[in-house]
Design a protein around this ligand. Sequence first.
Ligand code: ADP
Length: 484
Amino acid sequence: MKLQNPSLLKTGALIDGAWVAGNKKFAVHNPATGAELAQVADLGSAETKTAIAAAKAAQGPWAKLTGKQRGQILRCWFESMVQNADDLAAIMTAEQGKPLAEAKGEILYAASFLEWFGEEAKRVYGDIIPETKPGTRILVMKQPVGVVGSITPWNFPSAMITRKCAPALAAGCTVVLKPAKQTPLSALALGELAIQAGVPKGVLNIITSSNSSSIGMELCTNPDVRKIGFTGSTEVGKILMQQAAVGVKKMSLELGGNAPFIVFDDADIDAAVAGAIISKFRNAGQTCVCANRIFVQKKIAAEFNKKLAAAMAQLKVGNGTENGVTIGPLIDQNAVTKVQELVDDARSQGAVIALGGAGHALGGLFYQPTLITGATPKMRLHAEEIFGPVAAVYEFTDEAEAIQLANNTEYGLAAYFYARDLGRVFRVAEALEYGMVAVNEAILSTEVAPFGGIKESGFGREGSFYGIEEYVETKYVLLGLPQQ
Ligand code: ADP
């Protein structure tokens, strides 16, 4: 990996403003080639305790700055991310595998949270409520929660970090971040830029580790941590929730999804096909908002499937650094094995594998874009997150059946549907039990809108003016005014 600014390639953890090499290391690999990229500090709960103490010491002075001052630092961090976008994208593609253009898109999306919340830092307003007792005033103030533990996944190695750290820092909180062990280099590069931008020591700490559970346990049970922000699987989210329950910590959880993508017979089919390609195959299908179940109304199913197969044939699998590649490798062998199991299960239960269905000729962690038609709710891929480049198409008869199928899951993150009839658009948008619904559109994410789920997809919202609420406490002050 060639960088214009080699100082971005850090291998130590960041604690109290210093890079910590640690005694043990773990290897980070390129999923496209298998090559080792770096040996990164492998820390444990002792260093996590030190980082939490540093974050606690830094929190008071950080909160005492004005929102405008904190916002200016976040603005500098934003600008340096944009200036270094090519290097940051190269690091991401090397350790995560997504195509370079997608990686660059994520870097700019990640940076947008620093810009947005830097601006919001000035707008953490309180209230004055009309009193009920003469001679008193009722004040409501918003104060930072305190030290925040952030745990982030590998599929968006930068954006999931800024989506948590930007609102936390804007509100006056300090952070101990644990990035995924597959993608620590992107996190550490952001740490270096944060220091350069003027984030004071102790305000952002980054603990790299191959032992997620011991770091998670420390963050969730240390009394000095007041909030946990997590993006990852529902399974791990439930573990963290149990651990954090002991200290009744505030939490935001952005967990798994099982997104329905519904195409009604009045839809613009070409637009729906283009949307399905974007929603399904971004990051090789490894996002929590990827279309997991494509429901198509019977009357148009044959036409939709034919057009989808033709569009899928245009996808190009390969190393994300190569020109024109749209699908990189999966993250690891477990991911490939899981995807193959889901495809085999569908095949054994009567689905038709219209395209792909196996590993790619490139070998390694590359998987063929796969189209499954005739899928049914009995198949495993109806209930489970596929997290791979596999499009499963189901057929339905009417609107009521589509809604019933779509809601038939414990998840509730993102849903998509294509339709023209205005009455139908409102009925379906209201009936879908999801935190986010896209109508005739395939990409929901933007820093100005509230991202988050319901049901077992979690709670809390990231981005938008709602996002900062997750990092402030509401304090009620009743003020008795001494009489003259
Ligand atoms: P994914 O399937 O995206 O890897 P995970 O939920 O396994 O989702 O991982 C998301 C984040 O949670 C990563 O940073 C991972 O290291 C961390 N993690 C995994 N297991 C635990 C655990 N038991 N306690 C705390 N963090 C964990």
